[in-house]
Design a protein around this ligand. Structure first.
Ligand code: AMP
Ligand code: MG
Length: 343
């Protein structure tokens, strides 16, 4: 009898072990979706397939929801409605959109205007978000016209009185909100929140230039590569990331065209109305959350090395790797990354 019980117990144990082995694959489960104008990839580790798929689907749904609210290019989005609204009039704004706008405004103040979420009309002139993408710069007089309007984020005011009912006012005909430099980071952060809520402890979200780590990959760090800005197949640096960390990269190779030997790209300098040319071709920022990393990488790109590193000092726990026009690089001491591209 004893022997029988032993045998039954052993068989039951083997069954459970077998189930566990099958349900917890030794490779990440990876799902990809086209969102926010880029390929978004979510990898989870060590979770039963069905649970992981459910969590990832909810995370993608959440990112879609954020995009539908904050995209300037979707006529039905809340942001587009505000941009179309009457100038000088208070308009209702959701607490969620107000939060992202507020973070953008704060980033702009710290960047002394190099980062400016009020440059939507300038983005419209360049048209980098359009399909097909542009092949010529806008006429010089249109850019001069935009510069003369002096439309800046200072022309956007948020009423902070009530917590639940917020209002926004745009005061300049030329001002339009563009959250392209920061909203992807917010969306990624929301996706992380959904994964966490569904019990996911270990994940990697890669949304184009924005990466976010949660936990580890079976006790080991997630191994990620930073693209060589001048070689789509090449890797410039390798990072082993674990825990709560975000990494955002802004580069002049993401959306660009060449005209008369000049590279025109989607990161704009509000001072000149042209693509930012401050000596950097790629900026990666490591931060505790994706929205900070996203905003900072764009801001530092426009500011350039010296002013950019000065701004970074306002953000404890944030580190950066900068790649200069001549291909050389600089990384702050706390940046977790190994340069592999050569000198
Ligand atoms: P990212 O790819 O995160 O560096 O952000 C680039 C996007 O941010 C562009 O596609 C624009 O939507 C927006 N953008 C471009 N220049 C600026 C700027 N100087 N300040 C704030 N947002 C910008
Ligand atoms: Mg950004």
């Amino acid at each position: 009898m004893r022997g029988r019980i032993g045998l039954v117990l052993t068989l039951a144990l083997l069954l459970v072990a077998g189930w566990w082995w099958q349900e917890r694959p030794l490779r990440p489960s990876v799902t990809t979706r086209l969102l926010m104008g880029t390929l978004v990839e979510i990898s989870t580790w060590g979770m039963p397939e069905a649970l992981s798929m459910r969590a990832v689907a909810l995370a993608f749904d959440e990112m879609t929801r954020v995009e539908e609210r904050m995209s300037r290019m979707r006529p039905e989005s809340e942001l587009a409605r505000i941009n179309r609204g009457q100038r000088g009039q208070w308009q209702p704004i959701s607490a969620e959109l107000a939060l992202v706008v507020d973070r953008g405004l704060a980033m702009g103040r710290l960047a002394s205007g190099a980062f400016d979420i009020g440059l939507g009309s300038l983005s419209d002139l360049w048209g980098f978000s359009l399909e097909p993408p542009p092949t010529r710069p806008p006429p010089a007089d249109r850019i001069a016209g935009w510069l003369a309007q002096r439309a800046r984020q200072n022309d956007a005011g948020i009423e902070r009185s009530g917590e639940s009912e917020k209002k926004i006012r745009l005061d300049n005909a030329g001002v339009g909100l563009d959250l392209g430099g920061i909203a992807k980071g917010y969306a990624v952060e929301r996706a992380v929140e959904m994964l966490r809520r569904e019990g996911v402890q270990d994940a990697l979200i890669n949304a184009g230039g924005d990466m976010r780590i949660l936990g580890s990959k079976g006790g080991k760090p997630w191994h990620v590569g930073l693209r060589d800005p001048r070689d789509p197949q090449g890797v410039a640096a390798i990072l082993d990331l674990a825990g709560e960390v975000a990494l955002s990269t802004s580069g002049d190779y993401e959306r660009f065209f060449m005209a008369d030997g000049i590279r025109h790209h989607h990161i704009l300098d509000p001072k000149t109305g042209q693509s930012a040319r401050a000596g950097l071709i790629s900026v990666s920022v490591q931060a505790p959350d994706s929205m900070t990393a996203d905003g900072l990488s764009t801001a530092l790109f426009v500011l350039g090395e010296q002013a950019g590193l000065a701004m970074l000092r306002h953000f404890p726990g944030c580190e950066a790797l900068l790649i200069r026009e001549d291909g050389s690089h600089f990384q702050t001491t706390g940046f977790i990354g190994r340069w592999v591209k050569g000198p």
